[in-house]
Design a protein around this ligand. Sequence first.
Ligand code: PLP
Length: 396
Amino acid sequence: MGEYIDSMRRIYLDHTATTPLDPRVMEVMHPYFSGTFGNASSVHSFGREAREALERARGTIAGLIGAEAGEIFFTSGGTESDNLALCGVMAASGSRREIVTSPTEHHAVLETGRRLEEQGAVLTMMPVDAQGVVDAEFLRARPGDGTALVSIMHANNETGTIAPVADIAAVAHEKGALVHTDAVQSAGKIPLSVGDLGADLLTLSAHKMYGPKGIGALYVRRGVALEPLLVGGGQERGRRPGTENVPLAVGFAEAFRLSIVGMAEESARLRTLRDDLEQEIRRLFPRVLVNGDPENRLPHILNISFGAEDYPLEGEMLVMGMDLEGVAVTSGSACTSGSLDPSHVILAMGRDAATARATLRFSFGRWNTPDDVGETARRLKNVLDRMLGGPAHNSL
Ligand code: PLP
């Protein structure tokens, strides 16, 4: 078996988890690890060179989302940016104590919200429909005068469903609340403008867009009050102390720039690959369920479930089975103390636990090819044949 796997072409379809570093990004980062190594806060020429590179990167990122450079704060990634947005706003929100979010958010938002709730905040969940979409009307129907922050992700990392952030922001602002959106998955995939979205805070992460791991940013609209999470230095205008990571910031900016330059063509290409795989899987398994908003979703994500009644199988084993076939996918499940929990996103959309466990997320990226589509479908069929005991189920 080992030899079989070694000789098998592996297929990576987990670009929502992370992306490989683009070699062009590696190239621009390289000089800042050794030659131009200064501390961006030093006043001498070494420091000034580093500072110039850092500020250029900041300006590039700002320009790509319609912000000003002074509104971009570098962090260690999406998780930290989400934490900083929620904790930072709540620490500065005075008598407004409510955070409104949704059950399909990333854990970086959900768990931060829960921690703030333990500390006295009021946490309110906006319901989602069967396609994972939140409705701005929920906000409109509530008093909202105690709401400090509404945090709704731009696009979901499991299903790709795109939220009506602009509509939500319009209502939230009428109620005097700030709006944060986690755009980790949408950045570089679909147009992104803080003005059009009406976002006061927005989270980005470099490693989802062929940039380095360990760096992200939080956009904070000028004038928004935000307390830092960390103390101990004045970097990032006091909002994120710690020596700035210049090589990673440079790589982040270049990765984002490259994603935007070719976005229209690449999104169309990814959509074709994704739709072809969806069609092929539906042909093989006619009763497969597709999760998420069929129209309004990111172009590269396909999330499917095998309904427990139609396909009686051990859902937890699907990802493992695909891995043995050399295809890297995920179920969207979090691995907690050795057991696979069903995805909170798929459950929130109304699927039962067994079906939620029998879920696979395929996410395409820059180096996937049409060959990967047919090959993935073929290997999925192998896995299902084994799990269901032969090819008889194909007529299902
Ligand atoms: N937000 C979303 C929507 C994500 O998909 C992820 C990554 O899984 C994160 C936040 C966390 O980002 P990072 O890995 O940079 O901490």
